[in-house]
Design a protein around this ligand. Structure first.
Ligand SMILES: [Zn+2]
Length: 302
């Protein structure tokens, strides 16, 4: 029992804030995390050290299934998390910052349109301007940071080996995101090249418990560091596709029962459901061998 209270208090998504004595009492009388659990007081005798899910335990695989199903439903409802606020177009930001004259912007847009018609591939204005030497990369980076209202993150302090287990490769690649470093044990710098993906940012915050500072990194630095991150050793990851949310929840819960992590958490990132499982209490920088990820998606029939 003692081990249970330590692990759960250290690793739970909702840590118990009581005194050490209150904490151990709380763990002795802690109920199964499934609100609909039918075991009543008998569940106290069925308490299991693991697996843990979002700071709670389940008295049985059935109850774990119910808890994961509720979490999948919660994450499906989180769909509105796309605060793509009205941002100024890149061209106007550059004009406002004095990097581009209104005449140059008109020319660039016309040229880009023409190039787009010819090559059938409309390039983004910022990249297009950098390629033609109209603005430099530093100006583009500053304009993007103004556009997204976020800091510029230099990547010279980034270490893919250190941050390797923060974000699964699949999501890092799909979202163009790069964990840079942790400061003061509670701030994680997360870099993006073109723009901030708030869905990834929020998921990383929930998974790590750190405050995420999302920022824009210069294109060339980002490409180099991102490649190094994608090539660094990564935590074990599995993928699964399910026909509907109920089947998805069943599959996730089954995996939790197999791995028996001390803690696991679920977050949705766009169309993907990211389940992270910890073999040790999730404290500090995760290490590749201590975490395992499952990326779930709903099939077309969902
Ligand atoms: Zn139960």
């Amino acid at each position: 029992m003692h081990g249970l209270s330590d692990e759960r208090a250290a690793g739970g998504a909702e840590p118990l804030r009581a005194s050490p004595r209150g904490r151990s009492l709380a763990s002795i009388f802690a109920a199964c995390g499934n609100p609909g659990c039918a075991m009543g007081w008998l569940r106290l005798w069925r308490s299991r050290r693991a697996p843990g899910f979002e700071g709670r335990w389940a008295c049985s695989p059935e109850c774990m299934g119910e808890m994961v199903t509720a979490a999948v439903r919660r994450e499906m409802d989180r769909g509105g998390l796309q605060p793509h606020a009205h941002r100024l177009p890149m061209g106007l930001v550059l004009v406002e910052q004095g990097r581009l004259s209104p005449g140059q912007l008109r020319q660039a847009l016309a040229g880009q349109r023409q190039a787009g018609e010819e090559s059938d591939e409309m390039r983004r204005l910022g990249e297009w301007l950098v390629e033609r030497g109209v603005v430099d990369e530093a100006a583009l980076t500053r304009a993007r940071s103004a556009q997204w209202n976020c800091p510029v993150l230099p990547l010279d302090g980034s270490s893919p080996e250190e941050t390797a287990a923060v974000l699964p490769r699949f999501l890092a690649e799909a979202a163009g995101a790069l964990p840079v470093r942790v400061a003061g044990g509670r701030l994680l710098y997360l870099a993006f090249a073109e723009g901030i993906d708030h869905s990834v940012s929020a998921a990383v915050e929930a998974m790590t418990g750190w405050n995420v500072i999302a920022g824009i990194a210069p294109d060339s630095e980002f490409r180099r560091a991102h490649r190094a991150y994608l090539e660094a050793p990564a935590p074990r990851a599995h993928f699964l596709e399910a026909g509907n949310s109920w089947l998805l929840a069943r599959a996730l819960a089954r995996r939790i029962e197999t791995v028996r992590p001390v803690e696991s958490r679920l977050r949705r990132v766009h169309g993907w459901f990211w389940l992270r499982m910890w073999r040790r209490a999730p404290l500090g920088m995760p290490r590749c061998g201590d975490v395992e990820d499952l990326i779930g998606a709903l099939g077309d029939s969902a």
